[in-house]
Design a protein around this ligand. Structure first.
Ligand code: ACO
Length: 335
């Protein structure tokens, strides 16, 4: 078995800043409600005509990650692309990246695991590198939420939370048998699939059917979230899967140098921090600036934390996510 290591990180967010006050002009909401419930102050939204899309933002983050890894696009052996908001219903974003970056005819795999998408994607990359099948894998998480949210008062409990952006990591074969990605741990529980979901368009809710039958009131093509239910499950599963990962490597919470939780909601991150008795220095959050960017949130946060010098060689870094499905997972890394 080989070892696998993150050799480059990158992130990109659109320039257009949307504050809570900006949203209060579109719907009945306010800065105090949003900050108190979620910690979010502002988020980025793609602006019509700015050239961004889920795959384009993914490419921007990927180019930064490749530069840091000192690799060219043609050095990459596989793309793993995580998103819930692809540019097209099909094909997925992976092949768009392959084309936009002029890559070889390498495999492009799309991961549909929403907020856990990046953790699942990292796990896939880790397996392919550890078995020796591939040497360098580009893992991307990217989301264009603003294109599909309900910005009327009807959608306020969901639409204030989410933002657009992308993050990327290069996972490479490593000679260092002590460090790198130590393990990944993945889970799902499909009985809760309707608690955080976007039902259409899909084979059960095709667009003509929606338009013909329910033009005004039907909302399956806007995301639905049972917020309190999600909150309760998130705090349990986050803690569980972090402990699972630590125990598998003979580590405890005091060994964590940096926890990068999926940026679901600042209150969820704070709850987990308290539950695991971690100090402020052991947890990185940036949801205040970007909102919840789903599959992009962990790579954006990881890239920012790394660039800010908050992650050093030999640090134990834990990535953990929970989201729609429900699905959840963790990645334990010795940097
Ligand atoms: N602005 C103002 N008022 C609002 C808004 C808004 N944006 N959204 C909802 N409200 C109102 C509701 O209509 C309700 O009014 P009512 O009491 O008159 O009926 C009131 O605020 C309370 O609504 P709740 O939905 O009960 O609010 P809650 O305190 O549960 O907060 C929230 C909602 C923030 C979504 C919370 O449930 C939560 O944090 N859930 C966790 C889920 C989460 O963070 N998901 C992130 C995405 S999923 C993921 O990444 C895993």
């Amino acid at each position: 078995m080989f070892t696998s290591k993150i050799t480059g990180l990158g992130h990109y967010v659109p320039e257009n800043v949307v504050t809570n006050d900006d949203l209060s002009k579109l719907m009945d909401t306010n800065d105090a409600w949003i900050q108190e419930r979620t910690g979010i102050k502002e988020r980025r939204h793609i602006k019509k005509g700015d050239g961004n899309s889920t795959s384009v933002m993914g490419v921007k983050a990927a180019k930064m990650a490749l530069k840091e890894a000192n690799l060219k696009a043609t050095d990459i052996d596989m793309i793993v692309f995580a998103t819930l908001s692809p540019d097209m219903y099909f094909p997925g974003g992976g092949v768009e990246v392959q084309e936009l970056m002029d890559m070889k005819t390498i495999p492009a795999l799309d991961v549909r695991n929403q907020c856990s998408g990046f953790v699942y994607a990292m796990s896939v990359a880790d397996q392919f590198v550890k078995t020796g099948m591939y040497e360098n894998i580009l893992v991307i998480g990217s989301e264009n939420h603003s294109g599909g949210l309900d910005f009327t008062t009807r959608g306020r409990s969901v639409s204030v939370i989410f933002g657009d952006g992308a993050g990327a990591a290069v996972v490479s074969r490593s000679e260092d048998d002590q460090g790198g990605i130590l393990s990944t741990h993945l889970h799902s529980e499909g009985k809760h699939k309707d608690e955080l979901a976007l039902q259409g368009p899909s084979t059960e809710h095709w667009v003509p059917e929606i338009i013909a039958e329910n033009p005004q009131e039907d909302i399956p093509y806007y995301p639905y979230m049972n917020g309190q239910f999600v909150f309760k499950h998130a705090i349990v599963r986050f803690a569980e899967v972090i402990h699972e990962g630590l125990e598998a490597n003979g580590l405890t919470t005091s060994d964590i140098d940096m926890l990068i939780p999926h940026q679901a909601n600042l209150r969820i991150s704070q709850f987990i921090q308290q539950k695991l008795k971690l100090s402020d220095d052991q947890v990185f959050n940036n949801i205040q600036k970007y909102g919840n960017t789903t599959a992009a949130s962990i790579p954006i946060a990881l890239s920012e934390a790394h660039k800010a010098g908050k992650i050093k060689k030999d640090d134990i870094v834990v990535l953990a996510a929970f989201g729609s499905g429900f699905t959840w997972g963790s990645v334990i890394i010795r940097w």
